[in-house]
Design a protein around this ligand. Structure first.
Ligand code: CO
Length: 219
């Protein structure tokens, strides 16, 4: 709701969301009357999605999957930080309990977190989180410094996804899974908000041998 001077007025309650929800549940039941009762018994998702919190990169929606089909973790700039118990717990649950074999790290072009990490400005607390992206920028400075600003942001979005794919592979959960012969593949993809298209970054890793070769340059 906008006031005369354009200031956004706070809505008094969540009525419109409850209304939307009723209409949504009804439309799903119309197509499949048993949808929710079946879903309430168990979840059996095939994919784990690690994506950005950005409201425009709505995980299930952009790959047209229904509730129950994808396990999701989102944070600013789709990071997999070695000591982030939140993300690490999601990965463990996904692989060890849900038996998920496909882990997708999804970045997106024009990511605000990535853009902020390239600026010298003070953003407060979040600068601690974005320090992980600043490290990637620093390591790729020779390439990034050749690019104009917008391309630099987008290239860092891609490089960030590739590093986060490696970080997923480095987790104790994935290391043990591969040692035990469990099949798990980690993919890197990037979404373009401007046209709604998801692109494969060809950063897929299926085994510890492949991971070590990429990460440490071992033959
Ligand atoms: Co983002």
């Amino acid at each position: 709701m906008q006031s005369a001077n354009g200031v956004l007025l706070a809505l008094k309650n969540l009525d419109h969301l409850f209304q939307n929800n009723k209409a949504w549940a009804a439309s799903i039941k119309e197509k499949d009357p048993d949808f929710f009762s079946n879903l309430s018994k168990q979840q059996n998702p095939e994919y784990l999605w690690i994506g950005c919190s950005d409201s425009r990169v709505a995980a299930n929606q952009i790959v047209n999957l229904l509730p129950g089909e994808m396990f999701v973790h989102r944070n600013i700039a789709n990071l997999v930080v070695h000591s982030d118990l939140n993300c690490l717990s999601v990965i463990q649950y996904a692989v060890e309990v849900l038996k998920i074999e496909h882990i997708i790290v999804c970045g997106h072009y024009g990511c605000g977190g990535i853009r902020a990490s390239l600026k010298e400005e003070d953003h407060g607390l979040i600068d601690n989180w974005l320090g992980h992206v600043k490290d990637i920028a620093r390591l790729n400075e020779p390439e990034l410094s050749q690019l104009p600003e917008e391309q630099r942001v987008d290239r860092l979005c891609e490089l960030n996804v590739k590093v986060q794919v490696l970080n997923v592979c480095a987790t104790q959960t994935i290391q043990s899974a591969w040692k035990n012969g469990t099949s798990v593949a980690v993919y890197g993809v990037i979404y373009n908000i401007e046209d709604g298209i998801l692109r494969d970054l060809k950063a897929q890793i299926n085994s510890n041998e492949q991971f070590k070769k990429i990460r440490y340059g071992q033959p």
